[in-house]
Ligand binder design. Sequence first.
Ligand code: GDP
Ligand code: ZN
Length: 444
Amino acid sequence: MNISLETITALATPTGRGGIGVIRISGPLVPQIAHTLLGHLPPPRYATFKRFVDSSGELIDQGIALYFPAPHSFTGEEVLELQGHGGLIVMDHLLKTIIQLGARLARPGEFSERAFLNGKIDLAQAEAIADLIESSSVQAARCALRSLEGEFSNEIHQLVDKLIELRSYIEASIDFIDEEIDWLADGQIIENIIELIKKIANLLAKAHQGYLLKEGMRIVLVGEPNVGKSSLLNCLAGRETAIVTPIPGTTRDVVRDQIQLEGMPLHITDTAGLRETLDPVEQEGIRRTQLALQEADLVILLLDDRSPDDHAQAHLLAQMPMPPLVIRNKIDLSRHPAGLSEGGVLYLSAKTGAGIEALKNYLQEKMGLHSNPESNFMARRRHLEALQRAQSALTMSLTHAQFSNYELLAEELRQAQQALGEITGEFSADDLLGQIFATFCIGK
Ligand code: GDP
Ligand code: ZN
């Protein structure tokens, strides 16, 4: 238990007028504050109708008081919640009185931070609270709720438990290495590690869907100059953002734009293309394109349907970090039917808008809007990165196992465990915690 000496308070409902305004107080001074404010400490976990008075006995408001004794509260500390009338003056008077009685205003996320520090929730759950509040779609809210309920954390814990088991077996065996016994095989170490890698891959896929729902998808549009990248961007965005001109190579810089698709953000980067050039300005554009490609969730390769240019396409494909969605544009000129072909190529016209619906559908599918959100978790980039680090540590450990480097094998397993522990906050630096909670809203 992490006993905090300071008592904190904040308005938990939005500032402004409302039928009800809720003020939260957490910390050791709660009984004392309740005594002055309400006359006495209300019975635990009962909604009690009370008059709220200040230290000079003046009536501030009347409303409901709820007392949650430590450790059975959200923060794990003494907590008092006051539900008064949600007017600016009333709430302000109440807060000032509570501060006079020894509490201080809470920083953003400080209630959740205390809940985490007191072991009431883990870090991934604390983050899910903020993500639930901020979610911009029903699907995102559902994913956040599943993470808040601990389903994501449970999966992480199961992986960590398995890793601890493997590590203790290996570390115990290292000291007694005996040529006669193949203890790696006896412990089914390789099989177990492969199983873990599969489970992490599965978890990564589910977490990535949740991440896309929250953060949106980063799409990079690549293609030769003049194939219609800017036009497609404008067509998707429904407004003029990128410069459309018939002169090749106009989009020298990387143009970024954000559009909404069913409440989900799409971050689109219109690139300068990847052709070889001696022009230093264009070279810089190409360098930025390559950076954008590395961070993309989806790469779209745009071609002019009239000039398939297979040589250029092969060249472009070779530079992609992942297989791109190939779109053939300008079908109004080539007279090809619109839509997704059997080979997975999308035919459209950025000019007439034919085939754009098919593209939007494809994107929604890709973001998991059509899939069953019941199996996805809300995740942040740091979760995905930690899962990937655990994944590569385990892959390395397999190599060490094959070469009988037992110490290195044990070390990789330790690193995998550490990476997973960062997700739930078992191993997290203080500055990371500070960063995470600072983005929360006040009163949470
Ligand atoms: P970018 O260089 O790839 O960004 O290409 P732009 O979007 O600037 O388009 C180049 C030229 O092709 C412009 O004149 C556009 O109007 C034209 N264009 C783009 N898409 C289409 C299309 O689907 N049909 C027709 N007919 N013209 C198009
Ligand atoms: Zn362009």
